[in-house]
Write a new protein. Structure first.
Length: 368
């Protein structure tokens, strides 16, 4: 009897035709998430560029008995103006290099502790509310950043750490969210499209920050935080209004698309509540060699990415002597390449899996 029901269910799923991706609700959701990821990264990396304009580098160098000419005489790239030209801009804050390092690292101390929490909360409450609330909180903290920075450096450090705490929940929540929205054979593309927004955020925030630093309102560098903070508030409201946790809850989706997504996920999503209450095998997970291999690969990738994100603007300004405008555009180049590879890689991965050229696990290993 049970077998007959299963066969009927499988037959029903088999009769559901794939629904076009172009113009679909799931693509719209992915694109909305794309802009969200762009803002998440822009809100986290803005301080890396803004600090170049916030700090009075001349005063800091005098305090450390090191002159700009001494540092740059051997390292400045030929043809790039150093900070003693008309393009230079010293801020009003006198923070030592150690304090600047503390400011830039504060985000990651907060970010470290909420990764697992983000996955748990999104499973409990839904990815929509976790992502929307986190971006909204990030935007509010960003709007408070100029006041915090000019009041006391340690208040600014606390703000940056709090920003890390709320943003730590975002990317685990995205994965939970797309487990209900992305058909398996489109998942690499849809998730890749959304997550590639992070690199677009870096691409845009660098040159934008350079322009706002020089021409922005409120003294220049504060406008970096205000513009991005307002954008974050607007996006989070759009996300909370437009997006739903699953196709089932969405009133705008085409019924055929809803049926296609639900059928493609039928073997993955367990609808029987009694079957959801399973103990998580933490011991097996923590002693699994493949899990640690993935962890090490992710650690290595993040180390390079975040080192570049936090240190590249300061390095190009202090050591290579780039002016603000050039600094913004040259800092964006690595992220342009990153964005292209993510989009193309996601499409290629889906095609390879769909053509059965490689197994899913082989594709994932190559991607790492």
């Amino acid at each position: 009897m049970g077998s007959t029901g299963t066969d009927a269910s499988s037959l029903e799923h088999a009769e559901v035709k794939p629904f076009r991706l172009l113009g679909s609700t799931r693509l719209g959701v992915s694109l909305t998430g794309f802009f969200g990821c762009a803002l998440v990264y822009a809100l986290r990396s803005n301080a890396s560029f803004a600090i170049v304009c916030m700090v009075n580098g001349t005063a800091v160098e005098l305090l450390t008995e090191t002159t700009s000419e001494t540092k740059r005489s051997s390292c400045a790239i030929e043809g790039t103006p150093s900070n003693n030209t008309k393009n230079a801009m010293d801020g009003e804050l006198i923070w030592s290099k150690q304090l600047q390092g503390s400011v830039l690292s504060a985000f990651f101390w907060g970010y470290l502790f909420t990764q697992v929490l983000g996955g748990y909360l999104s499973a409990l409450m839904g990815g929509k509310i976790v992502i929307g609330s986190a971006v909204l909180a990030s935007a509010v903290l960003t709007l408070l950043s100029p006041i915090a920075a000019t009041t006391h450096v340690y208040i600014f450090i606390v703000i940056r750490a709090a920003l890390g705490v709320v943003q730590g929940t975002v990317f685990p929540a995205y994965h939970t969210f797309f487990s209900l929205w992305a058909p398996p054979m489109e998942r690499s593309f849809l998730v890749g499209l959304t997550l590639s927004g992070a690199q677009v955020g870096n691409v845009l925030v660098m040159p934008l920050s350079g322009l706002l630093c020089r021409y922005g309102f409120g003294g220049g560098w504060p406008s970096i935080f205000y513009v991005l903070g307002i954008a974050g508030v607007v996006w989070s409201l759009v996300w909370l209004y437009y997006v739903t946790d699953s196709p089932t809850e969405n009133r705008r989706i085409d019924p055929n698309e809803r049926a296609y997504i639900e059928a493609s996920l039928a073997d993955i999503i367990v609808k029987d509540p009694s079957k959801k209450k399973r103990r998580i095998p933490w011991r097996s997970i923590l002693t699994s060699i493949p899990v640690w291999a993935v962890y090490c690969g992710q650690f290595a990738g993040d180390w390079g990415a975040y080192m570049m994100m936090t240190s590249l603007p300061l390095f190009m300004n202090d050591v290579l002597g780039f002016d603000l405008t050039s600094l913004g555009f040259f800092s964006a180049i690595p992220y342009i390449a990153y964005f292209v590879v993510i989009i193309v890689g996601g499409m290629v991965a889906d095609k390879v899996r769909d053509a059965h050229l490689l197994s899913t696990i082989a594709v994932r290993r190559l991607a790492m």
